[in-house]
Write a protein that binds this ligand. Structure first.
Ligand code: IPM
Ligand code: MG
Length: 370
């Protein structure tokens, strides 16, 4: 008997539960109409887990995440936990989860939906058709490097330290993910570092080049300094196909790229670990937007990024391209009809609620499912 695929749902904080609720409806629809039944489990992560269990990533939750085929996460964090010590912040829960699952490759597509090109802060012609993929290293670099801490130097002085550190295997494995994905796209990979001032960046550059020369001679590989990349992204974003970079630069550049599309509330992400012998990998899918505490609980949030994160799960964890394409198309059609939640609403129009956007997407899925 083949088992149903196992999904762990971690709605988290802020608007997480609202956007997850709409995604659950999409998941249920696949069971009813496409014979794709998931076994769902739920648990807490982030601030809500800290409140209930004293830790933002309880070990029982991590155990469930390790045994699931994929994890969907809504959002973590909020002002309520601003005073909590670093080790127990909601954000730390997310970092623990990424680290425990070995999710070293974070894929962040920045796609400009045609119906939304006017919403970008850049001129529509600069972003129309934009489709960039940022591959961010996610469990190394300065986020996790040792030593890290704040030290008392006496006489009222203190010293804060974080360490940027990468080893060759860490660079090679994320580079290979980026090269593989580039091979399925336009074939242009830009590796981003600060090799002009950081020796860890020099190592990054040399090792990515080595992998390219030895294993991916057909991919066009270029290198760019991170500051220049930040500038090029607003000057002429369509020059990029895939960008591969370290944890910190990837954090910054992916926010920048996301905003170019005018639709931060629309962008999904996937975080993927190493494949085991059977070809399976741990994976976590989450929207790029945060917990948006200012609108939480009001039914205003845009569920599209969460739904599209589930679409990435269908593609990368479950190999269900047909269903993924169907949901993708439903989202495009809904946007094409001018239906919008508050974050992307056109001036003078009434925004849809979170649930009404879910209704619209489901009814479009229904029409497309012939
Ligand atoms: C992100 C976020 C996280 C990060 C925070 C919430 C820990 O900004 O996923 O980009 O810095 O990685
Ligand atoms: Mg970030």
């Amino acid at each position: 008997m083949t088992q149903n695929p196992q999904l762990l749902l971690l709605a988290g904080d802020g608007i997480g539960p609202e956007v997850m609720a709409e995604t659950r409806r999409v998941i249920a629809w696949l069971g009813d109409h496409r014979g794709l039944v998931f076994d769902l489990e739920e648990d807490l992560v982030g601030g809500c887990a800290f409140d209930a269990e004293g830790h933002p990533a309880p070990s029982s939750m991590i155990a469930k995440a390790l045994s699931a085929d994929a994890v969907l996460l809504g959002a973590v964090g909020g002002p309520k936990w601003a005073g909590v010590d670093y080790a127990h912040r909601p954000e730390q829960g997310l970092l623990d989860l990424r680290k425990s699952l070995g999710l070293f490759a974070n894929l962040r597509p920045a796609i400009c939906f045609d119906a939304l090109k006017e919403a970008s802060s850049l001129k529509p012609e600069l972003v129309s058709g934009l489709d960039i993929l940022i591959v961010r290293e996610l469990i190394g670099g300065i986020y996790f490097g040792e030593p890290a801490g704040i030290e008392d130097l006496g006489n009222g002085q203190r010293r804060g330290v974080n360490t940027q550190v990468y080893t060759t295997p860490e660079i090679h494995r994320v580079a290979r993910v980026a090269f593989d994905l580039t091979g399925k796209r336009k074939g242009r990979l830009t590796s981003v570092d600060k090799a002009n001032v950081m020796v860890s960046g020099l190592l990054w550059r040399e090792e990515v080049q080595k992998i390219g020369d030895a294993e991916y001679p057909d991919i066009q590989l270029d290198h760019m300094y991170a500051d220049n990349c930040a500038m090029q992204l607003v000057r002429s974003p369509k020059q990029f196909d895939v960008i591969v970079t370290d944890n910190l630069f990837g954090d910054l550049l992916s926010d920048e790229a996301a905003m170019l599309t005018g639709s931060l509330g629309m962008l999904p992400s996937a975080s993927i670990g190493a494949k085991d012998e059977s070809g399976k990998a741990h994976a976590l899918y989450e929207p790029v937007h945060g917990s948006a505490p200012d609108i939480a609980g009001q039914g205003k949030a845009n569920p599209i990024a969460m739904i599209l994160s589930f679409v990435m799960a269908l593609r990368y964890s479950f190999n269900r391209e047909v269903e993924a394409d169907l949901i993708d198309q439903a989202v495009r059609n809904v946007l094409g009809q001018g239906l919008r939640t508050a974050d992307i609403v056109l001036q003078g129009e009434t925004p849809l609620s979170t649930a009404a956007m879910g209704d619209a997407i489901l009814s479009e899925m229904e029409s497309l499912n012939v």
